[in-house]
Design a protein around this ligand. Structure first.
Ligand SMILES: Cc1cc2nc3c(=O)[nH]c(=O)nc-3n(C[C@H](O)[C@H](O)[C@H](O)COP(=O)(O)O)c2cc1C
Length: 367
Protein backbone atom coordinates (compact mmCIF):
# COMPACT_ATOMS: atom_id res chain seq x y z
CA UNK A 1 0.00 0.00 0.00
CA UNK A 2 1.23 3.51 -0.81
CA UNK A 3 0.46 6.95 0.39
CA UNK A 4 2.45 9.96 -0.56
CA UNK A 5 6.08 8.88 -0.72
CA UNK A 6 5.51 5.97 1.68
CA UNK A 7 5.24 2.34 0.71
CA UNK A 8 3.85 0.16 3.47
CA UNK A 9 4.14 -3.61 3.89
CA UNK A 10 0.47 -3.98 4.69
CA UNK A 11 -2.70 -1.91 4.65
CA UNK A 12 -3.37 -2.55 8.33
CA UNK A 13 -2.71 0.30 10.75
CA UNK A 14 -2.45 0.71 14.51
CA UNK A 15 -4.77 3.55 15.61
CA UNK A 16 -3.63 6.12 18.14
CA UNK A 17 -4.85 5.31 21.67
CA UNK A 18 -3.70 7.99 24.10
CA UNK A 19 -2.09 6.34 27.11
CA UNK A 20 -1.63 3.01 25.34
CA UNK A 21 0.10 3.24 21.96
CA UNK A 22 3.48 3.96 23.48
CA UNK A 23 6.80 2.54 22.26
CA UNK A 24 6.55 -0.77 24.18
CA UNK A 25 3.10 -1.55 22.80
CA UNK A 26 4.08 -0.59 19.27
CA UNK A 27 7.12 -2.86 19.50
CA UNK A 28 4.94 -5.73 20.72
CA UNK A 29 2.54 -5.28 17.82
CA UNK A 30 5.39 -5.14 15.33
CA UNK A 31 7.06 -8.24 16.79
CA UNK A 32 3.81 -10.19 16.52
CA UNK A 33 3.60 -8.92 12.92
CA UNK A 34 1.24 -7.86 10.16
CA UNK A 35 0.93 -4.13 10.87
CA UNK A 36 1.85 -1.66 8.11
CA UNK A 37 2.13 1.58 10.07
CA UNK A 38 1.82 2.44 13.75
CA UNK A 39 0.73 5.84 15.06
CA UNK A 40 1.69 7.38 18.39
CA UNK A 41 -0.70 8.78 20.98
CA UNK A 42 -1.72 12.33 20.09
CA UNK A 43 1.04 14.85 20.86
CA UNK A 44 0.55 18.55 21.47
CA UNK A 45 2.48 20.48 18.79
CA UNK A 46 3.39 23.33 21.13
CA UNK A 47 4.67 20.99 23.84
CA UNK A 48 6.82 19.30 21.25
CA UNK A 49 8.34 22.60 20.13
CA UNK A 50 8.96 23.51 23.77
CA UNK A 51 10.73 20.15 24.13
CA UNK A 52 8.45 19.26 26.99
CA UNK A 53 9.83 15.97 28.40
CA UNK A 54 6.39 14.33 28.39
CA UNK A 55 5.89 15.19 24.72
CA UNK A 56 9.38 13.94 23.88
CA UNK A 57 8.65 10.69 25.69
CA UNK A 58 5.52 10.25 23.56
CA UNK A 59 7.59 10.37 20.38
CA UNK A 60 10.38 8.13 21.70
CA UNK A 61 11.16 5.50 19.10
CA UNK A 62 13.89 3.15 17.88
CA UNK A 63 14.73 1.55 14.52
CA UNK A 64 12.53 -1.51 15.19
CA UNK A 65 9.57 0.88 15.63
CA UNK A 66 9.39 1.81 11.98
CA UNK A 67 7.57 3.05 9.94
CA UNK A 68 6.07 5.40 12.50
CA UNK A 69 3.46 8.14 12.21
CA UNK A 70 3.26 10.83 14.89
CA UNK A 71 -0.16 12.25 15.57
CA UNK A 72 -0.16 16.00 16.26
CA UNK A 73 -2.88 18.16 17.66
CA UNK A 74 -3.03 21.92 17.95
CA UNK A 75 -4.83 24.87 16.46
CA UNK A 76 -2.01 27.33 15.80
CA UNK A 77 -0.91 26.86 12.19
CA UNK A 78 2.68 27.98 12.76
CA UNK A 79 3.10 25.56 15.65
CA UNK A 80 1.63 22.66 13.70
CA UNK A 81 3.88 23.47 10.74
CA UNK A 82 7.04 23.84 12.85
CA UNK A 83 6.28 20.68 14.78
CA UNK A 84 5.91 18.87 11.44
CA UNK A 85 9.28 20.20 10.27
CA UNK A 86 10.88 19.11 13.55
CA UNK A 87 9.38 15.63 13.26
CA UNK A 88 10.55 15.26 9.69
CA UNK A 89 14.07 16.15 10.80
CA UNK A 90 13.88 13.25 13.30
CA UNK A 91 13.09 10.82 10.47
CA UNK A 92 9.46 9.92 11.19
CA UNK A 93 7.57 8.35 8.30
CA UNK A 94 4.45 10.51 8.36
CA UNK A 95 2.46 13.01 10.39
CA UNK A 96 -1.18 12.60 11.26
CA UNK A 97 -3.36 15.56 12.23
CA UNK A 98 -5.94 14.92 14.94
CA UNK A 99 -9.02 16.64 13.64
CA UNK A 100 -11.55 15.78 16.30
CA UNK A 101 -15.00 16.81 15.26
CA UNK A 102 -15.52 19.03 12.24
CA UNK A 103 -18.72 20.83 13.28
CA UNK A 104 -19.07 24.41 14.48
CA UNK A 105 -21.46 23.87 17.33
CA UNK A 106 -19.12 21.34 18.94
CA UNK A 107 -16.22 23.72 18.83
CA UNK A 108 -18.26 26.62 20.15
CA UNK A 109 -18.96 24.73 23.33
CA UNK A 110 -15.38 23.56 23.53
CA UNK A 111 -16.38 19.96 22.83
CA UNK A 112 -14.55 19.64 19.58
CA UNK A 113 -11.15 20.48 18.31
CA UNK A 114 -10.84 24.25 18.00
CA UNK A 115 -8.98 23.89 14.73
CA UNK A 116 -12.11 22.49 13.12
CA UNK A 117 -14.22 25.61 13.58
CA UNK A 118 -13.67 26.76 10.04
CA UNK A 119 -13.16 24.48 7.10
CA UNK A 120 -11.08 27.15 5.36
CA UNK A 121 -8.83 27.60 8.36
CA UNK A 122 -8.36 23.86 8.68
CA UNK A 123 -7.52 23.52 5.02
CA UNK A 124 -5.00 26.37 5.32
CA UNK A 125 -3.40 24.79 8.38
CA UNK A 126 -3.11 21.40 6.66
CA UNK A 127 -1.78 23.03 3.49
CA UNK A 128 0.96 24.83 5.44
CA UNK A 129 2.03 21.56 6.97
CA UNK A 130 1.92 19.70 3.65
CA UNK A 131 4.03 22.39 1.98
CA UNK A 132 6.58 22.47 4.79
CA UNK A 133 7.57 18.79 4.70
CA UNK A 134 8.24 16.06 2.16
CA UNK A 135 6.81 13.23 4.26
CA UNK A 136 3.08 12.51 3.96
CA UNK A 137 0.65 14.44 6.13
CA UNK A 138 -2.57 12.56 6.93
CA UNK A 139 -5.72 13.45 8.86
CA UNK A 140 -7.85 11.52 11.33
CA UNK A 141 -11.50 12.41 11.81
CA UNK A 142 -14.87 11.12 12.92
CA UNK A 143 -17.89 11.07 10.62
CA UNK A 144 -19.23 14.29 12.10
CA UNK A 145 -21.27 15.53 15.04
CA UNK A 146 -24.41 13.42 14.65
CA UNK A 147 -26.32 11.56 11.99
CA UNK A 148 -27.69 14.81 10.62
CA UNK A 149 -24.24 16.33 10.31
CA UNK A 150 -21.99 13.84 8.58
CA UNK A 151 -19.39 16.36 7.52
CA UNK A 152 -16.42 14.05 7.02
CA UNK A 153 -16.86 13.55 3.25
CA UNK A 154 -16.66 17.28 2.53
CA UNK A 155 -13.74 17.75 4.88
CA UNK A 156 -11.86 14.81 3.37
CA UNK A 157 -12.33 16.21 -0.12
CA UNK A 158 -11.10 19.64 0.95
CA UNK A 159 -8.05 18.15 2.63
CA UNK A 160 -7.24 16.09 -0.44
CA UNK A 161 -7.28 19.29 -2.47
CA UNK A 162 -4.59 20.83 -0.23
CA UNK A 163 -2.34 17.77 -0.46
CA UNK A 164 -3.24 15.60 2.54
CA UNK A 165 -2.02 12.11 1.63
CA UNK A 166 -4.58 9.88 3.36
CA UNK A 167 -7.67 10.08 5.54
CA UNK A 168 -8.33 7.96 8.61
CA UNK A 169 -11.98 7.91 9.54
CA UNK A 170 -13.55 6.50 12.69
CA UNK A 171 -17.04 5.49 11.57
CA UNK A 172 -18.86 7.12 14.44
CA UNK A 173 -20.11 10.59 15.16
CA UNK A 174 -19.07 12.66 18.16
CA UNK A 175 -22.53 12.14 19.56
CA UNK A 176 -22.00 8.39 19.53
CA UNK A 177 -18.79 8.57 21.54
CA UNK A 178 -17.60 4.97 21.56
CA UNK A 179 -21.06 3.41 21.69
CA UNK A 180 -23.55 2.37 19.06
CA UNK A 181 -22.76 0.84 15.74
CA UNK A 182 -19.92 1.86 13.45
CA UNK A 183 -21.49 3.33 10.33
CA UNK A 184 -19.94 1.57 7.35
CA UNK A 185 -22.12 3.48 4.89
CA UNK A 186 -20.77 6.72 6.40
CA UNK A 187 -17.19 5.57 5.82
CA UNK A 188 -18.15 4.62 2.27
CA UNK A 189 -19.30 8.21 1.68
CA UNK A 190 -15.84 9.44 2.67
CA UNK A 191 -14.25 6.90 0.31
CA UNK A 192 -16.49 8.15 -2.49
CA UNK A 193 -15.82 11.81 -1.70
CA UNK A 194 -12.09 11.71 -2.38
CA UNK A 195 -10.55 11.37 -5.80
CA UNK A 196 -7.33 9.43 -5.41
CA UNK A 197 -6.02 9.39 -1.85
CA UNK A 198 -6.55 6.33 0.32
CA UNK A 199 -9.21 6.33 3.01
CA UNK A 200 -8.53 4.10 5.97
CA UNK A 201 -11.60 2.84 7.83
CA UNK A 202 -11.63 2.55 11.60
CA UNK A 203 -13.87 1.52 14.45
CA UNK A 204 -14.62 -1.70 16.30
CA UNK A 205 -12.44 -4.00 14.22
CA UNK A 206 -11.87 -6.72 16.78
CA UNK A 207 -11.73 -9.77 14.52
CA UNK A 208 -10.40 -10.56 11.02
CA UNK A 209 -13.95 -10.99 9.60
CA UNK A 210 -14.80 -7.52 10.91
CA UNK A 211 -11.79 -6.12 9.01
CA UNK A 212 -12.96 -7.89 5.85
CA UNK A 213 -16.46 -6.52 6.23
CA UNK A 214 -15.05 -3.01 6.65
CA UNK A 215 -13.07 -3.43 3.40
CA UNK A 216 -15.96 -5.00 1.49
CA UNK A 217 -18.67 -2.59 2.51
CA UNK A 218 -16.78 0.69 2.52
CA UNK A 219 -14.28 0.24 -0.32
CA UNK A 220 -11.60 1.61 2.01
CA UNK A 221 -7.95 1.14 1.07
CA UNK A 222 -6.86 0.11 4.55
CA UNK A 223 -8.19 -0.44 8.04
CA UNK A 224 -6.93 0.91 11.32
CA UNK A 225 -7.29 -1.00 14.56
CA UNK A 226 -7.13 0.43 18.06
CA UNK A 227 -8.71 -1.39 20.99
CA UNK A 228 -8.86 -4.66 19.04
CA UNK A 229 -5.06 -4.70 19.01
CA UNK A 230 -4.99 -4.30 22.75
CA UNK A 231 -7.17 -7.32 23.34
CA UNK A 232 -5.29 -9.13 20.70
CA UNK A 233 -1.92 -7.99 19.27
CA UNK A 234 -2.20 -10.95 16.85
CA UNK A 235 -5.10 -9.31 15.03
CA UNK A 236 -2.94 -7.82 12.26
CA UNK A 237 -1.21 -11.08 11.42
CA UNK A 238 -4.47 -13.04 11.60
CA UNK A 239 -6.30 -10.46 9.48
CA UNK A 240 -3.64 -10.59 6.74
CA UNK A 241 -3.98 -14.35 6.74
CA UNK A 242 -7.78 -14.21 6.65
CA UNK A 243 -7.84 -11.67 3.82
CA UNK A 244 -5.47 -13.80 1.76
CA UNK A 245 -7.01 -17.22 2.41
CA UNK A 246 -10.44 -16.84 4.04
CA UNK A 247 -9.10 -19.05 6.81
CA UNK A 248 -9.59 -17.89 10.38
CA UNK A 249 -6.56 -18.85 12.48
CA UNK A 250 -7.36 -20.11 15.98
CA UNK A 251 -7.07 -17.63 18.83
CA UNK A 252 -3.59 -17.68 20.38
CA UNK A 253 -3.12 -20.18 23.19
CA UNK A 254 -3.00 -18.98 26.79
CA UNK A 255 0.75 -19.68 26.92
CA UNK A 256 1.35 -17.48 23.86
CA UNK A 257 -0.79 -14.70 25.33
CA UNK A 258 1.17 -14.75 28.57
CA UNK A 259 4.49 -14.91 26.68
CA UNK A 260 3.63 -11.74 24.77
CA UNK A 261 2.24 -10.09 27.92
CA UNK A 262 5.57 -10.75 29.70
CA UNK A 263 7.47 -9.37 26.72
CA UNK A 264 5.24 -6.27 26.87
CA UNK A 265 6.11 -5.77 30.53
CA UNK A 266 9.84 -6.20 29.83
CA UNK A 267 9.62 -3.48 27.18
CA UNK A 268 7.63 -1.22 29.53
CA UNK A 269 10.41 -1.58 32.11
CA UNK A 270 13.09 -0.97 29.48
CA UNK A 271 11.41 2.23 28.28
CA UNK A 272 9.90 3.64 31.49
CA UNK A 273 12.00 2.07 34.25
CA UNK A 274 10.83 -0.65 36.64
CA UNK A 275 8.65 1.39 38.97
CA UNK A 276 6.81 3.51 36.42
CA UNK A 277 6.74 0.70 33.85
CA UNK A 278 5.07 -1.64 36.36
CA UNK A 279 2.64 1.03 37.50
CA UNK A 280 1.65 1.73 33.89
CA UNK A 281 1.34 -1.98 33.23
CA UNK A 282 -1.39 -2.25 35.90
CA UNK A 283 -3.89 -0.96 33.35
CA UNK A 284 -2.39 -2.90 30.43
CA UNK A 285 -2.38 -6.44 31.86
CA UNK A 286 -6.20 -6.60 32.30
CA UNK A 287 -6.59 -6.11 28.53
CA UNK A 288 -4.64 -9.32 27.95
CA UNK A 289 -6.67 -10.99 30.69
CA UNK A 290 -9.94 -10.35 28.87
CA UNK A 291 -9.26 -13.45 26.79
CA UNK A 292 -7.86 -15.62 29.64
CA UNK A 293 -11.23 -16.95 30.79
CA UNK A 294 -11.98 -16.40 34.47
CA UNK A 295 -9.54 -13.66 35.43
CA UNK A 296 -10.75 -11.72 38.46
CA UNK A 297 -8.04 -13.28 40.62
CA UNK A 298 -5.41 -11.97 38.18
CA UNK A 299 -6.96 -8.53 37.75
CA UNK A 300 -7.35 -8.04 41.49
CA UNK A 301 -3.63 -8.62 42.10
CA UNK A 302 -2.05 -7.21 38.97
CA UNK A 303 -3.30 -3.71 39.76
CA UNK A 304 -0.93 -3.67 42.72
CA UNK A 305 2.35 -4.67 41.06
CA UNK A 306 5.39 -2.44 41.38
CA UNK A 307 8.22 -4.79 40.38
CA UNK A 308 8.87 -7.34 37.65
CA UNK A 309 9.24 -10.05 40.29
CA UNK A 310 5.92 -9.00 41.80
CA UNK A 311 4.27 -9.37 38.42
CA UNK A 312 5.72 -12.83 37.87
CA UNK A 313 4.51 -13.89 41.33
CA UNK A 314 0.99 -12.71 40.44
CA UNK A 315 1.11 -14.57 37.15
CA UNK A 316 2.42 -17.79 38.72
CA UNK A 317 -0.32 -17.64 41.35
CA UNK A 318 -2.94 -17.01 38.68
CA UNK A 319 -1.74 -19.91 36.52
CA UNK A 320 -2.20 -22.24 39.51
CA UNK A 321 -5.61 -20.76 40.37
CA UNK A 322 -6.78 -21.02 36.74
CA UNK A 323 -6.19 -24.79 36.67
CA UNK A 324 -9.60 -25.39 38.28
CA UNK A 325 -11.20 -24.20 35.01
CA UNK A 326 -9.19 -26.51 32.72
CA UNK A 327 -9.85 -29.94 31.25
CA UNK A 328 -7.33 -32.79 31.21
CA UNK A 329 -5.63 -31.29 28.14
CA UNK A 330 -5.08 -27.99 29.85
CA UNK A 331 -7.78 -26.24 27.80
CA UNK A 332 -10.46 -24.06 29.35
CA UNK A 333 -13.63 -26.03 29.91
CA UNK A 334 -16.22 -24.84 27.38
CA UNK A 335 -18.38 -23.05 29.96
CA UNK A 336 -15.42 -20.92 31.07
CA UNK A 337 -14.30 -19.92 27.59
CA UNK A 338 -14.74 -16.22 26.83
CA UNK A 339 -17.53 -15.62 24.28
CA UNK A 340 -16.40 -15.00 20.70
CA UNK A 341 -15.69 -11.35 19.94
CA UNK A 342 -18.20 -9.72 17.58
CA UNK A 343 -17.85 -6.21 16.15
CA UNK A 344 -20.75 -3.78 16.61
CA UNK A 345 -21.36 -3.73 12.88
CA UNK A 346 -21.48 -7.51 12.59
CA UNK A 347 -23.91 -8.11 15.45
CA UNK A 348 -27.45 -9.05 14.46
CA UNK A 349 -29.74 -6.03 14.82
CA UNK A 350 -31.95 -8.06 17.17
CA UNK A 351 -29.07 -8.79 19.53
CA UNK A 352 -28.03 -5.11 19.50
CA UNK A 353 -31.57 -4.22 20.51
CA UNK A 354 -31.57 -6.82 23.24
CA UNK A 355 -28.48 -5.28 24.78
CA UNK A 356 -30.20 -1.94 24.98
CA UNK A 357 -32.90 -3.33 27.27
CA UNK A 358 -31.72 -2.55 30.79
CA UNK A 359 -31.34 -5.63 32.97
CA UNK A 360 -31.96 -5.45 36.71
CA UNK A 361 -29.02 -6.07 39.03
CA UNK A 362 -29.22 -9.27 40.99
CA UNK A 363 -28.52 -12.98 40.98
CA UNK A 364 -28.94 -13.41 37.23
CA UNK A 365 -27.82 -17.03 37.36
CA UNK A 366 -31.06 -18.06 39.10
CA UNK A 367 -33.51 -15.98 37.01
C1 LIG B 1 -8.27 5.06 25.23
C2 LIG B 1 -8.39 5.68 23.87
C3 LIG B 1 -7.51 6.66 23.48
C4 LIG B 1 -7.62 7.25 22.20
N1 LIG B 1 -6.71 8.19 21.82
C5 LIG B 1 -6.77 8.72 20.58
C6 LIG B 1 -5.80 9.66 20.12
O1 LIG B 1 -4.85 9.99 20.84
N2 LIG B 1 -5.96 10.17 18.87
C7 LIG B 1 -6.99 9.80 18.05
O2 LIG B 1 -7.07 10.29 16.93
N3 LIG B 1 -7.89 8.89 18.44
C8 LIG B 1 -7.80 8.34 19.67
N4 LIG B 1 -8.70 7.39 20.05
C9 LIG B 1 -9.65 6.88 19.06
C10 LIG B 1 -9.07 5.64 18.36
O3 LIG B 1 -7.92 5.95 17.62
C11 LIG B 1 -10.09 4.99 17.43
O4 LIG B 1 -10.48 5.92 16.47
C12 LIG B 1 -11.32 4.48 18.17
O5 LIG B 1 -10.97 3.86 19.40
C13 LIG B 1 -12.11 3.48 17.33
O6 LIG B 1 -11.29 2.43 16.89
P1 LIG B 1 -11.18 1.01 17.68
O7 LIG B 1 -12.59 0.54 17.88
O8 LIG B 1 -10.38 0.15 16.76
O9 LIG B 1 -10.52 1.29 19.01
C14 LIG B 1 -8.63 6.83 21.31
C15 LIG B 1 -9.53 5.84 21.72
C16 LIG B 1 -9.43 5.25 22.97
C17 LIG B 1 -10.38 4.15 23.37
Amino acid sequence: MRFGSLTLKSNLFLSPLAGYTNLPFRLVVREVGGVGLCTTDLVNARSLLEKNPKALKLIETRPADSPLAIQLFGSVPEEMRDAAIYLESLGVASIDINMGCPVKKVCQVGGGSAMMTELDKTAALAKDMVNAVKIPVTAKMRLGWDDDNLTAPGLARTLEDVGVAAIFVHGRTREQGFGGTVNLAGIRKVVEAVKTIPVIGNGDIITPPAAKKMFDETGCAGVSIGRGAFYNPWIFQHTLHFLASDELLPEPAFSERTRIMCRHLDLMIEVFGEELGCRMFRKVAPWYAKRFGPCHEFNKQVVQISTRTGFHDVLAHYIRWRQQFLDENGELLPRFQPPPMVASFIREPASTQREQIPVPRGPVEVW
